[in-house]
Design a protein around this ligand. Sequence first.
Ligand code: FES
Length: 190
Amino acid sequence: MQDQFENELVHEQNHDTRSGSGASEEPSPERRKFLSRIGWGSLAAFAGINSYAFLRFFFPRVLFEPPSKFKVGFPSDYPPGIVNSQYKREFGTWIIRLPDGRFFAMESKCTHLGCTPNWMESQKKFKCPCHGSGYYITGLNFEGPAPRPMDRFKISIADDGQLQVDKTIKYPGIPGRESNEVYPQSLLKV
Ligand code: FES
């Protein structure tokens, strides 16, 4: 009986050893390769992010703004009664020559929420595509939600005889007021 018990015990111990029920199981080569790849991948990603942050520190993002003073050609280039949209995209400005020959420069920005209106030649008005505000050629608002006229910039004659706009000098539209009267200095007579 004693012998039989000892035999069974030895048998069970052998079985445990073969089945590997202990905690010392080694990962297979494929698994080791997989884990190694994950490790290197994480390291590479970490290094990449750090390099990017490092470069951004030495080369910060620079915003190239168009100059605030710019020339827009000679007065003779503008027939009376014209709205020139040539500088709208780059400088956000219309050059306008009133039928009486005077010039002014107006910011192409709706005073409601800042959209860019369009000049409607057939209707002789500026129309904002966003919520329908309308402005006369002088920039005075007359329809839609715009609360005031559009703003003007200083316009003058440069040394070489060209028209020059200076966006650092601004004439903001006053609600219900005609900017021709509020800001006679915004008008240029040549
Ligand atoms: S932004 Fe021009 S009408 Fe609203």
